[in-house]
Design a protein. Structure first.
Length: 287
């Protein structure tokens, strides 16, 4: 898409605003210390003011499954997809004798393919405290109260999703909203899945597994050759073949619903070979 500009200055301002808006808002994710595992990571929230290249923002860190936290002021710079910040002082905290809240500096980059804001952090006052930060865009209000955030339940889900290679929630939502279903076609009187459809089915599994509230309906069909009862059974076997593929590749049965219509719902004319091929299919829908 081409952009028409009234002036060079206007174009520069517009492009700068778009770049900054990629990073503005609230983020949440994890601090993974070098040598530690994702499961051992601590929680971090980031609040970046809108459309400011140089900004004063806030971070909040929490220990997972704990009421301990620290809200810190930070100063930072947003430049396109790159972000750097340095924590400056602690506004409020809850600690115990074993907890030290270190002042951190970080350099992060936003990946618009995965939806993650990731990079490295170091500490200016805690020796050997360095590691990586992984964040995704949050729709929640930044939790800056005197108590722990209302819920940390999202954190274990995030760790699991990231470990599986899933993209950030905003990217998974876009994938789901833009996903294009295609029928899976079968050879005459057969219920075997052709290898050419495997990639599509695996992509579909990825979309469903990326949304805990999403299920999929699998509906089998046939052409008009054969008796009604035979075709009903054949359409069931075709749908069952898809279900078996899904479950063998990591999709739980409780995320699936099966249906089979025999020859009763053709999408093409059964008087031609091409039409019959179009009718020998399995269709999908999200539920």
């Amino acid at each position: 898409m081409k952009t028409k500009c009234l002036s060079v200055a206007f174009c520069v301002l517009t492009l700068s605003t778009i770049a900054q808006s990629l990073l503005s808002g609230n983020w949440q994710g994890m601090l993974v210390r070098d040598g530690g595992t994702l499961q051992q990571a601590s929680i971090i929230y980031l609040s970046i003011p809108s459309n400011e290249k140089e900004f004063i923002g806030k971070t909040r860190e929490e220990l997972n499954q704990s009421a301990l936290f620290a809200v810190k002021k930070m100063k930072g710079t947003a430049n396109g997809t790159n972000l750097s910040f340095q924590q400056t002082f602690i506004e409020k905290k809850k600690s115990n004798t074993k907890t030290t809240w270190c002042m951190l500096s970080a350099t992060l980059t936003f990946n618009d393919s995965t939806g993650y804001l990731e990079g490295k952090y170091t500490s200016s006052d805690c020796r050997n405290n360095r590691g990586k930060i992984i964040l995704y865009r949050s729709n929640e209000t930044f939790p800056e109260g005197d108590k722990a955030a209302p819920s940390q339940a999202w954190f274990n889900t995030f760790v699991s999703d990231y470990s599986k290679g899933y993209f950030a929630p905003e990217i998974r939502k876009r994938e789901r909203d833009n996903f294009k279903f295609v029928p899976i076609y079968f050879d005459y009187d057969l219920a075997e899945i052709k290898p050419e459809y495997h990639d599509f089915l695996i992509r579909l599994i990825r979309v469903v597994n990326g949304h805990s509230d999403l299920r999929i309906k699998v509906t089998g069909h046939t052409d008009a050759d054969g008796s009604d009862q035979y075709n009903l059974d054949l359409s069931k076997r075709r749908a069952e073949a898809i279900i078996a593929f899904f479950t063998s590749h990591g999709l739980s049965k409780d995320r699936l619903e099966i249906d089979f219509k025999g020859e009763s719902l053709p999408v093409d004319n059964n008087s031609t070979p091409e039409g019959k091929q179009h009718n020998r299919r399995v269709d999908f829908s999200f539920i």
